[in-house]
Design a protein around this ligand. Structure first.
Ligand SMILES: Cc1cc2nc3c(=O)[nH]c(=O)nc-3n(C[C@H](O)[C@H](O)[C@H](O)COP(=O)(O)OP(=O)(O)OC[C@H]3O[C@@H](n4cnc5c(N)ncnc54)[C@H](O)[C@@H]3O)c2cc1C
Length: 412
């Protein structure tokens, strides 16, 4: 396990750096949302900021930031621009997941590269079924050792900036046949790490990017399709069995996603206050009949801002407390089967709240918020992405409900 050991004092300059980088994301974000492209100028800035190394333990040359410190940096970046930050969030997720599962030797090599500024990404989801679908991507064993990967990942966030790829594929027989038995197939699904060197056209050796990203929101993530067409992974690129490995450390995914949407909540509240504290309607006829109506004096606006701020504060507490409970090992007290969905509650809670807030912000600000270029329509579109990243609310509740309805659990 990664043992983070960064003090609050050591963390301070990282947070200040995150504030500066966040300002830069805020400035350039709207252009990349409009153009629907990855925000390329952020690569140099992010790499040089040193922020990417934050969760790398001191033993491997990093500062040893823990879950909560990573969460604070991600929320701060996201306050500036959630789409750009969601891209770099994939780096944090994969450093956390892979770093906790790799051998000492692998960590020395790969996290050493992260310490020098390199970026990781993690395309896992496939077309047939997203993250929870067993990998159709094949890892065919090679006579000289190692595997060649064949398949397609349709959600490759950060692929346009990454230097290192982590992914899952199912090990086949020498002829490329997937195991027929379900349990064997689960066991054969494996977690790999390797080089991700592409030319300026997105072409690499046995791997390439196809620019397919065109979605409602989160435009600047550059979530493209990644094709593996005989991509070679040497024997030392095997990390572990995917499902058993990943499920033990998925807090690095769900709590980092939660941090993105907490940062978005900060921004929704900030923008709503900025508009609603100043907006004047002049003479009105309707629910309020008056010669001069200032919206900051209207009951439902006062209540609305109070409601928003309460949701932000509750979300922050849920996220920070979940991070802290994991850091303190309190998750040992939870039923093991419920560890993953219980951790996921922070993300689903924050996702529900951010979507509520972006909609409510638009209704309070009024029709101007619906027009292109208004920050509120942007936040509304981007917040919808929070529904999908694992675990989603439906699947979390299914996990929990199924477990609690088993008769033997009633004795606990
Ligand atoms: C902006 C953005 C960026 C992303 N970037 C990445 C990335 O970098 N890497 C990556 O790997 N993925 C990425 N994803 C993909 C994402 O995390 C999901 O895997 C993807 O949305 C598909 O999974 P899904 O569960 O939403 O849909 P599907 O798997 O198609 O699910 C369809 C329905 O079935 C339900 N369902 C699915 N599986 C189960 C199950 N086992 N049990 C019960 N119900 C189930 C779902 O809840 C849903 O209702 C990204 C998504 C977004 C929105």
């Amino acid at each position: 396990m990664l043992v983070p050991d960064m003090t609050d004092e050591e963390f301070r300059p990282y947070f200040e750096k995150a504030q500066q980088v966040s300002e830069f994301f805020r400035e350039i974000g709207p252009k990349y949302d409009r153009e629907n492209t990855f925000a390329t100028p952020t690569i140099k800035v992010f790499k040089e900021s040193g922020l990417g190394a934050l969760p790398v333990p001191k033993a491997f040359g990093g500062p040893g930031g823990n879950l909560l410190q990573a969460s604070k940096v991600i929320s701060e970046l996201s306050r500036g621009d959630s789409a750009i930050s969601l891209a770099y969030n994939m780096h944090y997720i994969m450093v956390g997941i892979a770093g906790n599962l790799m051998s000492e030797e692998q960590n020395k090599y790969w996290l050493g590269r992260v310490t020098e500024g390199e970026l990781m990404f993690g395309p896992f989801s496939e077309q047939r079924a997203g993250f929870s679908g067993l990998a159709d991507m094949k890892a065919i064993p090679q006579p000289e050792g190692g595997w060649r990967l064949y398949g397609k990942k349709v959600w490759g966030t950060l692929c346009e900036a990454a230097d290192i790829v982590t992914t899952n594929a199912t090990i086949t027989d020498a002829d490329g046949n997937l195991p027929e038995d379900f349990q064997e197939r689960v066991n054969a699904e494996s977690f790999f790490i390797g080089e991700f060197k592409l030319d300026e056209n997105g072409q690499g050796d046995g791997v390439r990017i196809e620019k397919t990203w065109d979605a409602l929101g989160m435009h600047a993530t550059g979530t493209q399709t990644v094709h593996f067409e005989g991509y070679y992974v040497p024997a030392d690129g095997f990390i572990c069995e995917w499902r058993t490995g990943a499920f033990g450390v998925l807090e690095w995914a769900s709590l980092m996603f939660a941090s993105i949407y907490l940062g978005m909540q900060y921004r929704v509240l900030e923008e709503s206050r900025a508009v609603l504290s100043k907006k004047t309607l002049g003479a009105t006829f309707g629910a309020i009949v008056a010669a001069d109506t200032k919206v900051s004096g209207v009951g439902h606006i006062i209540d609305g801002i109070g409601d928003m701020a309460s949701r932000v504060e509750l979300s922050r507490r849920v996220l920070y407390q979940t991070c802290q409970e994991l850091i303190d090992g309190k998750d040992d007290d939870w039923p093991i089967e419920l560890r993953f969905p219980y951790i996921g509650l922070a993300k689903t809670f924050i996702a529900d709240n951010v979507m509520h807030m972006t909609r409510h912000a638009m209704s309070m600000v009024g029709g101007g918020s619906f027009k292109k270029g208004a920050i509120f329509e942007r936040l509304y579109r981007d917040s919808a992405a929070s529904m999908f990243q694992p675990l989603n609310g439906d699947q979390s509740r299914t996990y929990i409900g199924e477990q609690l309805l088993q008769p033997e659990q009633l004795n606990d």
